[in-house]
Ligand binder design. Structure first.
Ligand SMILES: [Cu+2]
Length: 143
């Protein structure tokens, strides 16, 4: 029994350290929050749509710039965050990077319902740990 306790004390920190190293995730501070200021969830809007990004407890830095408790915005349009958040977010027409540190954008959206969600990610486009992801909102674009 006693030897088991000793093994746990010795190996516990070792495993915790190696997991953190393998993932190379940038930590986010407690309470960090990203959110969509505008449009509001459920809004009925005309295209083009001005989307404004809000961030609490962290700062915005351009892609490639490493500075504690910062990141840049990624807007997910009609898609979910990738299941594996330990790798850089891809850049697609549905995952838009704002690597210059932008905090708003204007979208041309087809009429109908669309979902929008923000993900903050680090200098290498990898979501923080724990990830800083907004609520997903749904808007309707009028014809
Ligand atoms: Cu990015």
């Amino acid at each position: 029994m006693r030897s088991h306790i000793v093994a746990a004390l010795v190996l516990g920190p070792f495993f915790a350290g190696s997991v953190a190293f393998a993932q190379e995730r940038t930590p986010s501070p407690p309470g960090a929050e990203v959110y969509i200021i505008s449009p509001k969830d459920g809004a009925i809007v005309h295209s083009p749509v001005l989307v404004q990004f809000g961030l609490k407890g962290m700062g915005v830095a351009p892609a490639g710039v490493k500075y504690d408790n910062t990141g840049h915005h990624h807007l997910l349009i009609d898609t979910d965050p990738p299941a594996d958040q330990s790798t850089p977010l891809p850049a697609t027409d549905k995952i838009v990077h704002f690597g210059k540190g932008q905090t708003e954008t204007t979208l041309n959206l087809a009429p109908g319902k669309h979902t929008l969600q923000l993900v903050l990610a680090d200098a290498n486009h990898i979501p923080h740990s724990p990830p800083v992801i907004s609520k997903k909102i749904t808007i309707t674009v009028k014809p």
